[in-house]
Write a protein that binds this ligand. Structure first.
Ligand code: 5MM
Length: 338
């Protein structure tokens, strides 16, 4: 029987002490792209070395409550034979797992995608729970322009996200529900606000339909932003205002929390915008609000490391620093000059 209290408690732990989540769940293709751009060998051994660098970063646990892993990392060991899972647990960082199996074109809607991975998921969940994993993540990707996304795409992805979330909770695992409206494109901030609101409304309808326990789940959304190539860029005040206004309309107060993806924003912009949301709206937000960044925490460290052992310590400092910046942002204390 589903243990609702345990789910709620786990979600609270993930959101506690002003900490946030570290997404280190890049699939092999994504890792290859990021390594390739820096001349790092695109091999399993280098992915192991890199993730070893991350999990052994001193003081990471000061700012990070949970780490999202890619399946491959569940069985990887450090040079001295310790499992990544054990290291995270010893640091009191809750290990989680990306369980979706990536996106494919949505049939008859070639410009849009649907995320796969529901088949056999209940069985996989039981195994993950036994291994000590306590939360999971599933990402739906929503393309945006003047006409996209279609209603069909939103509905299909919302249904799939809700079905995944229900399967997680049945197994005692907290679902991170990630509907990502992409930042790529020339769309305006207002268009992103409309689409994000439509998507979230549909996602929460589907979650209700499938009886997902809101207190035992975390939403991982995009911030409301103008497209990367929109000529009309806006400051952090405007982003904070539009994002919080949008969420207040459609995100139930009952959920365990909100943890943003960074989506290709620079590390400093992502921190600055998170900071502004807390500074201006911290007193009225009904949900705990934090970060679940991958690139906005990892990118500076990856650029320092470049696959070289000599650079590990400096890369770890950069990683812990970006994580600490985001914890500060959650307290409205981020200052980019620190
Ligand atoms: C949007 O991507 C998620 C958050 O990362 P950013 O903060 O960099 O936007 C991230 O967790 C993503 O879901 C994983 O890296 C897995 O992505 P792929 O594309 O490899 O499945």
């Amino acid at each position: 029987m589903t243990n609702y209290q345990e789910l709620k408690h786990l979600a609270e732990r993930l959101m506690s002490n002003n900490k946030g989540l570290l997404a280190m769940d890049e699939s092999t293709g994504t890792c290859d792209k990021r390594f390739g751009a820096l001349g790092i060998p695109q091999t399993e051994e280098y992915r192991r070395k890199y993730r070893q660098l991350i999990v052994t970063t001193p003081d990471l646990e000061e700012s990070i409550s949970g780490a999202i892993l890619f399946e491959e990392s569940l069985h990887q060991l450090t040079d001295d034979g310790r499992s990544f899972l054990d290291i995270l647990q010893q640091k009191d960082i809750i290990p989680g797992i990306k369980v979706d199996q990536g996106t494919v074109p949505l049939s008859f809607f070639p410009e849009e995608t649907i995320t796969e991975g529901l088949d056999g998921l209940s069985k996989r969940m039981a195994t993950y729970y036994q291994m000590g994993l306590r939360f999971a993540k599933w990402r739906a990707v929503i393309h945006i322009d003047a006409v996209l996304p279609t209603k069909t795409c939103i509905a299909a992805n919302a249904f799939t996200l809700a079905r995944y979330a229900a399967i997680c909770q049945e197994a005692g695992i907290v679902p991170i529900v990630e509907p990502e409206v992409l930042m790529d494109g020339t769309h305006t901030l207002q268009r992103c606000a409309v689409v994000t609101q439509d998507v979230l409304k549909e996602v929460f309808n589907a979650l209700y339909e499938q009886k997902v326990y809101l207190e035992g789940m975390i939403l991982k959304p995009n911030m409301v932003l103008p497209g990367l190539h929109c000529l009309d860029q806006v400051n952090a005040e405007v982003v904070a205002h539009e994002t919080i206004s949008c969420f207040l309309k459609v995100v139930p107060a009952a959920i365990g929390g909100i943890a943003f993806l960074s989506g290709g924003q620079s590390p400093t912009l992502a921190s600055e915008r998170l900071n502004m949301m807390h500074l201006r709206y911290g007193a009225i937000m009904p949900w705990p609000l934090t970060f679940s960044f991958s690139r906005a925490i990892q990118q500076p460290a990856l650029e320092i490391w470049k696959g070289e052992d000599n650079n590990i310590a400096a890369a770890q400092k950069a990683l812990a620093y970006r994580a600490a910046c985001n914890r500060a942002a959650r307290m409205a204390e981020y200052n980019p000059t620190l």
